[in-house]
Design a protein around this ligand. Structure first.
Ligand SMILES: Nc1ncnc2c1ncn2[C@@H]1O[C@H](COP(=O)(O)OP(=O)(O)OP(=O)(O)O)[C@@H](O)[C@H]1O
Ligand SMILES: [Mg+2]
Length: 395
């Protein structure tokens, strides 16, 4: 079928043609925005789930909805090696400038911009051409302690927003990348503005380990936030994600073609896009995508994923780490016991734990509960078996 008309969107963060099955969490966010606008307290949230389940597209969707409803929004994505102040400053500056345009908040926002200037100077943030021409506000956000100063900045933004009768929502993706002190400072800053009843909140996203990281950074994080889990789609929702975009263009999937995609993708959104995309390009008929097309698509889709999605992560691992991943893959899908992995590898727990620890740091695996271990990337077990077919488990 004509690839130019192909509606599917495999790729990290690519907006899907249909955002299937996320109504509940979208409603939850909408309610949160409305409550905040009404002056009521809200619980910030952290979306969490495995790679490719659709956290970023959800975050973007919530961001766009908040923006369209007149909220001030800041979007940031944590990146390896980029300090938290650098991540947030440009967005916060823009929000404050927007607030300063509102007559009732003009003076308050200017004072806040002065505080941001002190913050920028204190943390050596380089914001290039976006110079801040305001005088630093003495004694605010200039202590050099990230937790204190970020709290000051959030409070400043909150005060300016309150003066403007506006709400501010921060969206921060890939939270698990933040250093522990940074995550702690972010949580503490949110805690502080919540206690003050200021109209600022956060919606974050991250891999499942973000729950544990947040809890160990600040023990009250578990009570401060709600943690909606974003998972594989249900059968009906996954079928909608496959069929609706094609139907809208007058193309049908045969029922067994849909069932085959559901089976091989295990209904993970990224894979649904990849398989549907490949099946569309392979189909010869202009109106129908068949089971045969999907079976053919499986080879192409797997090859594409092996080359990119899986391999970029695999290539970051040492030979010993790869061996650990292979041992884990041998045990099958889902959560496994770390002790069982050591048995597979034929080594003692201490030795296996060395790889376990570094692989957790690299976010390849995470520990959902004490002594348990799980891949952060869905279907990674199958990839490992393809990649290292000669592995011999220790018996
Ligand atoms: N609800 C959905 N319905 C259909 N497709 C979706 C849905 N959510 C995400 N997708 C598709 O899945 C892919 C992955 O989405 P996204 O990048 O948002 O995942 P992620 O959870 O942020 O992954 P990562 O942890 O790697 O950042 C994209 O191609 C996107 O279009
Ligand atoms: Mg993402």
């Amino acid at each position: 079928m004509n690839p130019i008309r192909n509606p599917y969107s495999p790729g990290a963060g690519n907006k899907p043609p249909e955002l299937a099955g996320r109504e509940n969490v979208i409603e939850q966010a909408d309610l949160m925005f409305e409550r905040m606008r009404a002056g009521n307290s809200v619980q910030p949230m952290i979306l969490n789930g495995l790679r490719g389940v659709g956290k970023t597209v959800l975050l973007r969707r919530m961001h766009d909805a908040a923006k369209a409803s007149g909220y001030e929004v800041v979007f940031a994505e944590a990146t390896e090696g980029k300090p938290l102040p650098d991540l947030l400053v440009v967005g916060l500056r823009k929000a404050l400038l927007n607030l300063s345009m509102i007559e009732a908040a003009k003076d308050r926002a200017k004072r806040s911009l002065g505080a941001l200037k002190a913050f920028v100077a204190g943390f050596g943030v380089s914001i290039g051409e976006y110079a801040l021409t305001y005088d630093p506000t003495l004694g605010v956000a200039d202590s050099g302690d990230l937790e204190t100063d970020l709290g000051d900045i959030f409070a400043e933004v909150g005060e300016a927003a309150a003066a403007a009768n506006k709400c501010v929502v921060l969206f921060v993706d890939e939270l698990q990348i933040l250093e522990k002190t940074e995550l702690g400072a972010l949580i503490a800053a949110i805690h502080r503005i919540s206690q003050q009843g200021l109209p600022v909140t956060i919606i974050g996203a991250g891999l499942p380990q973000v729950l544990g990281l947040a809890g160990s950074a600040k023990s009250y994080a578990e009570r401060l936030f709600i943690f909606p889990r974003i998972d594989a789609l249900g059968e009906e929702e996954a079928a909608c994600a496959i069929e609706h975009p094609a139907n809208a263009l007058g193309v049908q999937f045969e029922a067994d073609a849909v069932a085959e995609i559901l089976r091989v993708t295990e209904r993970y959104p990224y894979f649904l896009q990849q398989w549907s995309y490949c099946a569309w390009n392979i189909a010869q008929d202009e109106k129908t995508i068949t089971w045969n097309d999907v079976v053919e698509a499986t080879d192409v889709a797997r090859e594409k994923l092996d080359e990119s999605f899986f391999r970029v992560r695999y290539d970051r691992c040492t030979p010993a780490e790869k061996n650990y991943l292979r041992g884990l893959a041998e045990l099958g899908k889902g959560t496994q016991r770390s002790s069982e992995v050591a048995v597979q590898l034929g080594c003692d727990m201490d030795k296996a734990n060395q790889q376990r620890t570094t692989l957790i740091k690299k976010a390849m695996i995470y520990s959902p509960a004490y002594g348990d271990i799980c891949f952060t990337v869905p279907l990674f077990d199958e990839f490992m078996r393809r990649e290292m077919p000669d592995f011999v488990p220790h018996s």
